[in-house]
Design a protein around this ligand. Sequence first.
Ligand code: DMJ
Length: 687
Amino acid sequence: MYPPPRKDFIALNLGDPHSHAYNNGKHRRQSCWRRWKQLSRLQRSLILFLLALLLILALLSYPSITEQWRGLSDKEDWLEVNDRGLNMVPPGLKPVLRPAEGKPPAPVAGPHLEPAEGPPDTMEPRGPNIPALAKPPTKRKPFLNKRASPSSQRDAANPDAVSEAKQNPEVVPKEAGEEEEEKEKKIVSWRGAMIEAEQATEPPPSANEKEAVEPQAPANPAATVPQQVSPGTPERLEAVRDAFRHAWKAYKEYAWGHDELKPISKSFSEWFGLGLTLIDSLDTMWILGLKEEFAEARSWVEKELSFDKNVDVNLFETTIRILGGLLSCYHLTGDQLFLDKAKDIGSRLMPAFKTPSKIPFSDVNIGKGTAHPPRWTADSTLAEVTSIQLEFRELSHITQDPQYQDAANEVMRLVHKLPGKHDGLVPMFINTNSGQFSHKGVFTLGARADSYYEYLLKQWIQGGKTEDDLLEDYLQAIEGVKKHLVRQTGPGRLTFVGELSHNRFNPKMDHLVCFLPGTLALGAHNGLPGDHMDLAVQLMETCHQMYKQMETGLSPEIAHFSLQASDGHDVIVKPADRHNLLRPETLESLFYMFRFTKDSKYRDWGWDILQSFNKYTKVSGGGYTSINNVRDPANPGPRDKMESFFLGETLKYLYLLFTDDLELLSLDKYVFNTEAHPLPIWPSPPK
Ligand code: DMJ
């Protein structure tokens, strides 16, 4: 009970420090009204005028605010600190290439770019920038090739050891005592990529930071000078192994059994607390022939890994990294341990599918067996609910327990028949209650939608090319991409994939979109239209330029493209987008492109990227770090984080790009999940 209002309350000045003791709305309103009436007519008019002005200003700025909001939510889940009890926050082939494939990609502009600031996002009228691509197929299954039957799985790579490792200059980490105390920051998370929420402001580096990123004089200058003559494959393979060993050394020393290494502070961060980097890396070690490292990691899985934990995990991330990693390891090694663990985590993830719509929740507590959406919405991310199928289907295939496949296939069935697609393009969110798309109007091949498209094709391949709905959706989507999202830059005619936001074209492309050349090439290899390969070749060139045109030789997280010929530069990088998280997508596509074309330029491009990683992200004590600024070679700004996908994907694709053993994980026998874990293609059912 509140005490009765003091007699003098009504007369109190609003600023009276005592007034809060009487938290009574009625009296406060009376007091306000009395105060209002006490004002002169002029004062009242002035206040009303100011309020009206504020309202008009708010209305005028509404589009830009919502645009910013949209831009942020494009790629990020805000994870609450205590959500997970963690310290991170918020929100052999004969290529089936068609003749057109020989066409050279569009020429590109010179290597230097304007620094950071670019023109504001512009909406480009269609027309001259639309690349000439072949007409869409009119029939559903016009061109299916026979697939070679899968044979037994391959062993590890030929571990031919070569020359001694050459050390490149490395990022020098801060001494332990030098580390500034970490301020609590809001972090946005997209697939393990933790991005500072306040991206638009890039504070100048502290003295310590500057010291940490300034490249040291190379021990062996030749090692950092761009290679005039490409080294032979064995040297490149060994360089990848060296990179892996260097990363692993620090993970082992400072983060063993934890989710991610923080190489600068020589510590670790937890996301799910499940040894994410270790599990994500298992098959890479096997493929690279790093037997000792693999044996140690296996032993940790056997003795330490337990999924019986009261922890919320993200369904998608856990599926692609942990379930996918364990299944892949089981197939490569035949070791029952990995299958047992895969079954354990797979069954613990199943509660996510218990929703009114059967569209899974984003989060599951693997200890309690409960699932829920993020706190702030009942929506799930489209890519997340449609990029868990390869893994769940494989789990059913191998265990002969249909529950996993049934749940995952149901999601695809629902999305297949769902209205609201735009020529095959899907919105970024889907509601777990209604099962309908939500937040419609934004279409992207980047964050939140990307792997939907990838998994349409890959599920079709995994299942022996028998599931027509998947193929239909994939073909339609690629036509939608060509029609609405593919454009060319004005200056150098670089082909890129932009975004559509409420019917306005935005010439913005996430680095994530660089998975697309590889996926298009894989489709063409499997008999899909030749113009898919044409587009793959062109987009591959663009992704390459996203690295080549940066001063560090590393791509930014997001690129914008110039549409006007007069702009002078093709690629524009905004200050908030200059970071590099050691992502794999371009290397992934280079791997596919090399396997299908045998054009050694793709290997050379990959080699250049590895050199740049070694030069700007390698930490001297061990590990590699994400960096803040790909435009500043003098101060790339280490972020003190090595994402698990650097070992799970980036280095694996590099190795597979350089190996001459083209039967190693043949793309006619394996399909890679979106975290680069190879899963077998199922034998086709008898016709
Ligand atoms: C990985 O977790 C997967 O490749 C995912 O599909 C996209 N993002 C990261 C790597 O960038």
